[in-house]
Design a protein around this ligand. Sequence first.
Ligand SMILES: O=CCCC(=O)O
Length: 454
Amino acid sequence: MPMSSVNPANGSVLEVFETWDQVRIDKALATAARAAANWRALPLEERVALLRRAAGLLRERREPLAGRITREMGKLLREARTEIDRCVTVCDYYADHAATFLGDEPMEVAWGRALRVHQPLGTILGVMPWNFPFWQVFRFAAPTLLAGNTVLLKHASNVPRCALAIEEVFRDAGLPDGVFQSLMVPASAVAGILADPRVYGVSLTGSEKAGRAVAAAAGEALKPSVLELGGSDPFIVLEDADLDRAVEQALVSRFQNAGQSCIAAKRFILLPQVADAFLERLRAGVEALVPGDPAREETTLAPMAREDLRDELHAQVEQSIAAGAVAVTGCRPLPGKGAWYAPSILDRVTPQARAYHEELFGPVATVIRAQDEADAVRIANETRFGLGGSVWTRDLERGEAVARHLVCGNAFVNALVKSDPALPFGGVKDSGYGRELGRDGMLAFVNLKTLRLG
Ligand SMILES: O=CCCC(=O)O
C-alpha cells in the first residue's frame, strides 16, 4: 500500500511513497544494530555535540521545515514554527542535562561500594503521530539517542515528508549512518519489527487502539514500552476564577492545532455561578476564529489533518446532539475542499452523549455543568482517560487541593496543560503509561544496572 502525503487544506496530493518490503526493513534493522555498537561506545560529549548540531540545523531550517509541516498536516504556519522551536529547546535541554541524568550514582550501603549505572538498551522503535509531527519525534528521540540507543522511526502514514525531513536533519548533523532511520512502513509492520531481536523497546504516542496493539506486541516480545495515548482533559472553572484569563486560555487549549492535541482541554466543567458568563465569552471567542489558508497570518483556525477524522468528529457531535446536547455554535463541517470543521461548542453535555465519554479530537468544546466543586471533581474523573486536567480559581490552595484529586498525569492550576522538556509527561488509565520528558524520559530506555564493587 503506498503512503500519500495530502495537503489537508485543499485535498491535493503532494507526493506518494512506496512502502518498504521485508527485505528493506531487514536492511534497516541490520544497519541500526551495527550502528548501535559504535554509537553507545562514543563518549557522551560527542553524542551531545551531534545533538547540538541537529538543534542548530533545526534553527537554520525553521522556515522550510515549518512550511513542510503546514502543507502536510495542515496546522497554522505560526504554530508549525513554534513546534520547530520546541524541538530546539528539547535538544538543548537534554544536551545540557545528559551528563547529570546519565551519570553513575553511588548508593548508601553498609559494605563496600555500589553504584547505579545507566547504560543504553540498543535500538528503540518510535511509533509517532501526525499531530505534532516534529515535536513528538524529537521529545522521544533526543533523550533516547543521547542515552546511547539507536532509533527507528515509524511515523504516521500521513506525514512521510516530515519523517524524511527529520532523518535528513540528523544525517546532516553528522549522526553516523543507521543511528536514526525513518521507516516507510505501514502500522501492520510494527509488531514484526518489535518482535525482532535487534529491537529493544518501543515508545508510542498515538491512539488508544494503536496503543493496545503495540502494548500487546511489546508484551509478547517482553520489551519495555512507553505509551502516550488519548485524553479528554477536564478544564474546571470554579466560581472565583479569573474568567477573562480562563476563557483566553480555554480558547488556546481547545482550538490550537485545530483541536488535535492529546492534552487539549476537552471537557469544560463549569460551576453554576460562572457557567453562563464563561460560556458567553467562550462563544464570542469561538465565533471570532477565522478558518482559512493556514499559511496566512490572519488565519486563526486550521483545517483538521484528514477528511476521515473530520467525518468521525462530526458523527460524535451529531450523536451528542441527538442525546440532548445543545449546539451553541458550529457543529458542522465547513464546505469546500479539504478537512474543514467549524469551531464548535456543545453545551449541557450529559453521560448519554458520546462527547461526555469519548475524546473529541478536533475543534469542538464540550461544556458540562456541575452542581458544585465536589461534583466538578467527580465529573472530571468520570472518564477512562487520565492524561491532564486544569483547574481555574483565584484561591491557589483550593486549586491545589482540586488538582490533587484529579486522576491524571498532569494537573495544572490556572494554566493550560502543556508539555515542557523539564516536566515528566504521561498519563494513567487509558491514556497510557510511562513518562516522557524530564529525567524520567531519558531513563525510559536505559538499563539501570546495579554495580556492586566489593
Ligand atoms: O498531543 C499530545 C502532546 C501535545 C504536546 O506535547 O504539546
